[in-house]
Design a protein around this ligand. Sequence first.
Ligand code: TXA
Ligand code: MG
Length: 348
Amino acid sequence: MTKETKLYRITSIAADGAALDEAARLLREGRLVALPTETVYGLGADAANPDAVASIFAAKGRPQDNPLIVHICSMEMLPLVAREVPPQAKALAAQFWPGPLTMILPKTDYIPSITSAGLDTVAVRYPSHPIALELIRRAGRPIAAPSANLSGSPSTTTAQHCVNDLTGRVDAIVDGGSCTVGLESTVISLTGPVPRLLRPGAVTPEALRAVLGLLEIDCAVTGQLEPGEKAASPGMKYKHYAPSCQLLLLEGSGDAFQTYVNRQAQAEPAVFALCYEEDTGALQCPCIALGARADEAAQAAHLFDCLRELDRRGAKTVYAHCPDRKGVGLALYNRLIRAAAFQVIRLP
Ligand code: TXA
Ligand code: MG
């Protein structure tokens, strides 16, 4: 399955209209185009074309039971994909769209069952990234896009990550620079009696509750499903976001973290720390800082690039400080705990 992969670098929508038109034409023809969004890069194809969608699953090596997010570029496009839009969904759209929020809604027949993995619901997102919006507009149709990484690897937040994972597997990569949010969208289901958070992201539970009042948090957000247990969001059941090195989360104070890591660095080879900027001076091993301790937005923006860098630098064992589960910290925790295959060490 080796394809020629074109690379389109977009510096401005006005100046690079021809490249955008070519990428949009590929999408209309049922081909695969990796494209930037404000969260992570997406691996896009025509959401209504079953062959195109099948090639997304093949290119990523993605299990067929894991449904895709369908991206729209206007509220006018929403009824094409969603059969019902309850008042709560309208209120969320008014507050957070365009932006990093995905809503699960009942699907229309426009969405083929391969896109929704056989479910009668569809995940819909109206992204805010100008290049994503422009490509959907020029393609003239909703675009299905999972994160543009090989299945199981960390999501891609730069065009270079996409080049590394997907060269020869996709028809084009549209380079729009680094993604500003850096973590995948918040996913919320509005198909049950109470809105349910399926995947945390930059739109926090606190912000959702301010609009909705009630919000349930699915147990897969912070915990591990038992073997055979059914996931509300199929993607949450897989080990995910994982670098090749072994990652362990350490829960405890900053001092306890430093002491533990420094002791392990004496005892084991190729120990790295995934830490905050404030920790780097005190750690006696190679370390990669996510950002300042109080700057969760910076930590989110850098997480996936840091995981990839740990592999590039040959890390064997990586100790990461366990984030607080508040605000964007919940999303960081959700990604890190999967990257660590749920291994947490509680420090005294
Ligand atoms: O920020 C994002 O959401 C990125 C960009 C490209 O938009 N996309 C992304 O897609 O992260 P993906 O496929 O990596 O994650 C989609 C998640 C998966 O966990 C999937 O199981 C869930 O959404 N999902 C999709 N459709 C669903 C549905 N109908 N019901 C429940 N969960 C659904
Ligand atoms: Mg993904």
